[in-house]
Design a protein around this ligand. Sequence first.
Ligand SMILES: Cc1cc2nc3c(=O)[nH]c(=O)nc-3n(C[C@H](O)[C@H](O)[C@H](O)COP(=O)(O)OP(=O)(O)OC[C@H]3O[C@@H](n4cnc5c(N)ncnc54)[C@H](O)[C@@H]3O)c2cc1C
Length: 383
Amino acid sequence: MDLALTEEQTAVRGLARDFVAREVTPHAADWDRAESVDRGIVARLGALGFLGLTVPEEYGGSGGDHLSYVLVTEELGRGDSSVRGILSVSLGLVAKSIAAWGSEEQKREWLPRLCSGEALGCFGLTEPGTGSDAAGLTTRAVPDGDDYLITGSKMFITNGTWADVVLLFARTGEAPGHRGISAFLVPADAPGLERRPVHGKLGLRGQATAELVLDAVRVPATAMVAPAGKGFSVAMSALAKGRMSVAAGCVGIAQACLDAAVAYAGEREQFGKTIAHHQLVQELISDIAVDVAAARLLTWQVADLIDRGEPFATESSVAKLFAGEAAVRCANNALQVFGGYGYIDEYPVGKLLRDARVMTLYEGTSQIHKLLIGRALTGVSAF
Ligand SMILES: Cc1cc2nc3c(=O)[nH]c(=O)nc-3n(C[C@H](O)[C@H](O)[C@H](O)COP(=O)(O)OP(=O)(O)OC[C@H]3O[C@@H](n4cnc5c(N)ncnc54)[C@H](O)[C@@H]3O)c2cc1C
């Protein structure tokens, strides 16, 4: 693996870095307090081509490789995880699933709008009663003439109240577990679909998270993505790449922690010298730096495997598990460097810790990733 970035990758990272410095970082604390990112950010992400990264140009995407996608995701995560998540879900989980699994008609209908930011997508897998055990979902789609009627509910859906389309997973057959699940593209304004905002989150407060309640929501049979019974494969393939995107967001958080801790340690004086002179503060900073470097390399490795067409699912779990735990450690260490000032929201590290905390929970908890890695290595499933 060549770790040197190409000119194009360097340029796309520079574009993302400038954009984040100008349009994200200065507003992140205010958006967090207001519990809403400025919605105009979606169109700006689209205009820069970020919402179409890795989507073929013929469908309105900007092409690009997965390492470019990782670099942009890292920069967004460095500025504000709430913004990063908007892209990871709408592009990473929804648009890319449509590109990979959708019919020609579905691609033409949704991809240009999702890539431009005119439309936003959300990913409806988790339910109130099924999180880690996603194959146990109970939302049901029942055939009705040429249509399906979908009834059930989805929990913790990122972009939920903002989205124009839901990539929704529902049971269509009697087959138990994953075999009975199909995927649908459901317009978010479909009659019978209610979206209830989830408030009071520890972190990612700027993000629009929602519960979706579906009461006999009618969609045509052509809204099904991939053949009936293949929905779980759609979900798992989306999440395998999605975990790389979460890992990249975690690298961004960890890098932001390093930047903040180094700057503060160079300014704050105690015992007649800056705290950077105290070796135990240097230990905190070097621990963060090691986590940043390791998480970044693991994440880049996944992008490299995808771009070379190699298997990557286990490496994606490894990267997500490590980077998620590392982001929490880094934010905790950075907060320690800030002392009492880290505990108030005038400084960025408290938000970094709150935002980091979900990274070990969603897109597979750390425990679930340990089981996935263990299964891949031993051939024995603990599920
Ligand atoms: C802010 C936020 C945004 C989210 N966005 C989305 C989204 O856009 N779309 C979506 O579909 N979902 C989304 N989720 C849902 C997320 O993916 C789930 O919360 C996650 O999968 C965990 O499910 P759960 O919360 O039901 O926890 P549970 O599955 O109930 O787990 C609880 C605990 O039990 C442990 N556990 C469970 N099973 C096992 C096992 N077999 N062995 C060992 N330990 C186990 C878990 O690791 C965890 O510690 C989001 C969640 C949050 C918090």
